[in-house]
Design a protein around this ligand. Sequence first.
Ligand code: MN
Length: 271
Amino acid sequence: MTDYAIGDLQGCFNEFDALLKVVDFNPSRDHLYCVGDIVARGPNSLACLETLFNMQGSVTITLGNHDLHLMACHYLAKPPNPKDNLADLFAAKKLSTYIHFLQQQPLAVWLKRYNMFISHAGLNPNWSIKQALKHAQFAEQCYNSEHAIDYFAKMYEPHPSQWKKSLTREEKFRYIVNYFTRMRFITCSGELDLTNKSNQSDSNNTLAWFAHPKLITAEQHFVFGHWAALNGETHYPHMHALDTGCVWGGALTMMNLDNQQLFVKSSHSFI
Ligand SMILES: [Mn+2]
């Protein structure tokens, strides 16, 4: 039995399929943790989602911003942006089955046996692991409830700058989701900078979330995706950035959680 994590698929089915073969992944024995963004922009989001659905029970997806966007478009009956390349997924007969499958997936996972925290974008340094999991559970209950549409309808409103007990449930949902799925740079006090997608801070006031003083000395391992510009480099051995930009002409990266061995499939092998 082997546990693996894999970076952002974003519809890159050929590379995904190739990596499953490289590690001889066996759903009856192994488990796969996807760090999220399994759909959007790439050539075959439908095949990625179908494959994960067929492996359910052996797969956990910590949802990413693109996965939540797919769910929001479905619930709000909004056509996806053509650049997301999701037309065949939206035409699929089993779309609502796949959406239901995604709704049951978490925002964050804690694996005690590896001392490891997994989420799409990372961990808000102001949250302990325990607090983060509690916040994740709150958001999971929102998008997996009969009122999911109410939360998706307000998901793209401005980020509440501060957490307060007086925030509405929709605002709390948005605050939590933004940290777990959209974070890259933050201020020292932990506020999000949602504009900079590069690998360099553009201000003296922001730093990469994983370089925050509260996290660089953390004893836990952190596995995340979302930040293709890092190209897998964090310079901290306990910070594992698995999005190596497959959909942008880079590679898909998979990690064996037991020994942290990496398996990499370049997108160039398929051009
Ligand atoms: Mn993302």
